[in-house]
Design a protein around this ligand. Structure first.
Ligand SMILES: CC(=O)SCCNC(=O)CCNC(=O)[C@H](O)C(C)(C)COP(=O)(O)OP(=O)(O)OC[C@H]1O[C@@H](n2cnc3c(N)ncnc32)[C@H](O)[C@@H]1OP(=O)(O)O
Length: 421
């Protein structure tokens, strides 16, 4: 064992080299309450997917006591474009070293580097709501999970094929790795808030790479092909095998359902909800405006299990972000963004239209004044300016500015990020 100094010392924060990884992963697993002994094979797998220059650790007496990592990501924005983002993950501080400012220091360093690199925003999935607002992040997407009682839906097993057109086929993991990436990229041009999935994502999702501390259960996979033969949908689900008094009481759990047309969505949900023996289907984390409940003759068959904030977004380059998205209603707005961390503040003129937008520094008087985190919540069109103004979080410097901004910034479909990272 490394000798330990009897007095508390100030941990040193630095980036990693290969040899730090076993210790670093032990602390991360401890923070996430997973088994802290990480097999060598897992260390190798992690190492192959990590940019060590973007991984930080805090070391006290040579032992790792905190972890933090970021990686390059692309996030889709309203209108179908994508912007470069700094995705933050693996944030843990050992229970022995909490509330001494370690997270704050690592976050500060990482956000500055991302700003210098030219990332438009930082993103993360927040473990707990109160952690990240102080660093300029705002909740930008929400998710809903339903549990559907199949006997109540009013769907009949017979109508799936002919009614939807196209066909549903069972496939294996190798087919998912082949067909999934292009399908998911099509989803990202249709749904804002979706982050890119690299090759490793698909390998983990199909059991081709193991995940430490989790037992792998091979899911069932099915794809939907349109009448023209295009793969427009994909679902991965598991099922349990529960019986009571000779009656099946089995549940299916959706791990991933990607569909790029309403027909594909309808066909895949119909397929899942009419599988023999399955009495309940849990949907996984969907967009809050998912079609699912309204696809059912009886929408009350779908009960909400979870409704919560999901992806948090921290603007780093306001003009690049605002110019990258589209706006359903034309309008011009002068926004003053305050940023206590000094990364993205300023006064900007947004001139927005359905075909594009410009966002430039201006000396015109501000119409709306807001904090950078609230801009993060508004950016993907999910939060309401009027709501934030009512809460006193957006200040109206020009009468009626919040009402004018509302139809400009909101989007008809809600953003959705299906992925945890
Ligand atoms: C993107 C992701 O990876 S999400 C995963 C986040 N990790 C976890 O939830 C694992 C368990 N928790 C932890 O490891 C730690 O408690 C962390 C990482 C959340 C916080 O680390 P710390 O080093 O204790 O944070 P730090 O000391 O820098 O705190 C900064 C401020 O945030 C506050 N804060 C930190 N964590 C929390 C929390 N969970 N709830 C409320 N406030 C919090 C602190 O009170 C402090 O406030 P102050 O500046 O007003 O005093």
């Amino acid at each position: 064992m490394t000798p330990v100094s009897p007095r508390p010392s100030t941990p040193v924060i630095r980036t990693l080299d290969d040899s730090d990884l076993p210790d670093w992963l032990r602390v991360m697993c401890t923070g996430f309450l997973r088994p802290p002994v990480v097999p060598k094979e897992e260390v190798e797998i992690r190492l192959a997917g990590m940019d060590l220059d973007r991984a930080q650790g805090a070391f006290d007496d040579g032992r790792c006591v905190a972890t933090f990592r970021s990686f390059a990501q692309r996030i889709s924005v309203p209108g179908g474009a994508s912007v470069p983002a700094n995705a933050v993950c693996n944030v843990t501080v050992a229970p022995t070293h909490r509330r001494r400012g370690l997270l704050g220091t690592m976050m500060e360093r990482d956000l500055r580097a991302a700003r210098e690199r030219g990332d438009a925003a930082a993103t993360l999935i927040s473990a707990e709501y109160p952690i990240y607002g102080r660093y300029g992040f705002g909740p930008a997407t929400w998710v809903t999970e339903w549990e559907v009682e199949t006997a109540r839906t009013g769907l009949s097993a017979r109508y799936a094929g002919p009614e939807c057109g196209g066909r549903v086929d069972l496939v294996d993991g190798a087919a998912v790795r082949e067909l999934g990436p292009a399908l998911h990229e099509r989803l990202r041009t249709l749904r804002h808030g979706a982050v890119d999935r690299g090759e490793r994502w698909w390998r983990f999702a199909t059991g081709d790479l193991p995940r430490h501390g989790r037992t792998w259960t091979e899911p069932f996979y099915a794809v939907y092909r349109s009448p023209e033969g295009r793969v427009d949908g994909l679902v991965a689900y598991t099922a349990d095998d529960v019986w009571e008094a000779k009656r099946p009481l089995c549940s299916a759990h959706v791990r991933d359902l990607v569909a790029v047309s309403p027909a594909a969505e309808r066909a895949l949900w119909h397929f899942l909800l009419t599988i023999d023996w399955i009495t309940k289907v849990t949907t996984g984390l969907r967009a809050p405006d998912d079609l699912l409940p309204l696809l059912l003759p009886d929408p009350r068959a779908a009960r909400v299990l979870t409704h919560a904030d999901f992806l948090w977004l921290r603007p780093l380059d306001v003009p690049a972000l605002l110019a990258a998205r589209s706006y359903a209603c034309p309008g011009s707005l002068v926004l003053e963004v305050s940023d206590p961390q000094g990364l993205a503040g300023g006064r900007w003129l947004l001139e927005a239209g359905p075909d594009g937008a410009s966002c430039t520094p201006t000396r015109r008087p501000a119409e709306l004044v807001l904090d950078v985190g609230d801009l993060g919540a508004l950016y993907l069109g999910d939060e309401s300016v009027l709501r934030l103004a009512a809460l006193g979080r957006v200040a109206e410097e020009s009468p009626g500015a919040a009402a004018r901004a509302e139809p400009v910034l909101r989007t008809a479909a809600r953003p959705w990020c299906p992925d945890i990272f």
